[in-house]
Design a protein around this ligand. Sequence first.
Ligand code: RP5
Length: 178
Amino acid sequence: MSEAQAKVGIVMGSDSDADVMLEAARTLDEFGVPCEVHVLSAHRTPQKSHQYSITARDRGLQVIIAGAGGAAHLAGVMAAGTTLPVLAVPLAVTPLAGFDALLASVQMPAGVPVATLAVGKAGARNAGLLAVQILALADPGLAEALQQSREHMRDSVAKKSDGLQKRLQALRQDGWKS
Ligand code: RP5
């Protein structure tokens, strides 16, 4: 069976970023959005990174998600080569705990936008969701799936709140002994 044409490209600066960045792929899979995943580096493979971004639209990609740590320039390099939306995920991999990657990703010069998500796994999850939201602008089925996902999330938070009420009640009945 041939793989579906990728609509989202997920790139990361190193295979050491994969544990976090595969969260974006997991999210896209959840919504049935075909994606591809590559290791590309703004600094270690600059030509290959540039080539990837300038050919992205013609290859059928609609959104690029770029994760990198440290001096995280990968999303900027992607955005320099394409007018597709580029979503950055800063990663906490250096002694600066992601603050370096956050600033490098978010402080783009006017004219070359990059949308920067949260540092780490929450950012990778949200990059996947935001990519789905972008694609859902022209896909009512995806929009409906997003709505259902939000409702599921609300139900699960409500269940957690109920659980907390029961725990509080039990602790009070027990005089806070356990
Ligand atoms: C960044 O340097 C990568 O995105 C990665 O987060 C970090 C460290 O890479 P490795 O030395 O683990 O390959 O460019």
